[in-house]
Design a protein around this ligand. Structure first.
Ligand SMILES: [Ca+2]
Length: 195
């Protein structure tokens, strides 16, 4: 089964600090192969965005094709826009690490959601030095109904946004100075690549 399905069923159970400290469990190759074949419904040997979208929906994540495309770009080394078996391990690792971070931040295991202070704490622990206004703006972007909390789905979207924003920033700041100067066209390029 897809790992996200398995973990979803564990949400009502109390957190086990030791298990969390060990990080996501690495599945063996046979299990990965089995998951891959299950997600690759037409057995083409490649997982398309549509196939991944369907598998994630089965695991309880209702994501747009655009978001699924962002997930694929995290692992798509050969640039085909699909996920090969070799890339699938990285895909699993990425999804498991997002889920692991989400579980760590979530103080109340019963709700299945993280609050703004929890996300702010997480951002800080990952080295993001952001003031409260920026933290709130980031959070609100992925909490359009202003519920004050976000589920795994929104947290995944926030993670994808930060990763692409970091990659775009780094492209303009190869020397890692922490500051970039952009003209309008460069700004537009940065903005469109951070979505
Ligand atoms: Ca396929």
């Amino acid at each position: 089964m897809w790992p996200l399905t398995r973990n979803r069923h564990q949400q009502s159970q109390p957190q086990q600090p030791q298990a969390v400290a060990q990080g996501p469990k690495r599945p063996d190759f046979a299990s990965l192969r089995q998951w891959f074949d299950k997600v690759d419904t037409d057995h083409s040997g490649h997982i398309t965005a549509q196939e991944l979208q369907a598998a994630l929906l089965e695991g309880g994540l209702n994501l747009s094709l655009g978001t699924v495309g962002c997930i694929i770009r995290q692992v798509d080394r050969d640039g085909t826009g699909t996920v090969s078996l070799a890339e699938f391990e990285r895909l699993h690792e990425f999804l498991a690490s997002v889920q692991d971070s989400f579980t760590r931040l979530k103080s109340d295991p019963a709700t299945g959601r993280v609050s703004l202070p929890e996300v702010a704490l997480g951002l800080k622990s990952y080295g993001y030095d952001l003031d409260a206004a920026v933290q709130r703006a980031l959070f609100n972007r992925f909490d359009p109904t202003r519920s004050g909390s976000m589920g795994l789905q929104e947290f995944l979207a926030l993670t994808l946004f930060l990763r692409s924003a970091n990659a775009t920033f780094k492209a303009f700041d190869p020397a890692n100075t922490g500051t970039v100067h952009l003209n309008y066209a460069q700004f537009l390029y940065a903005a469109v690549n951070s979505n």
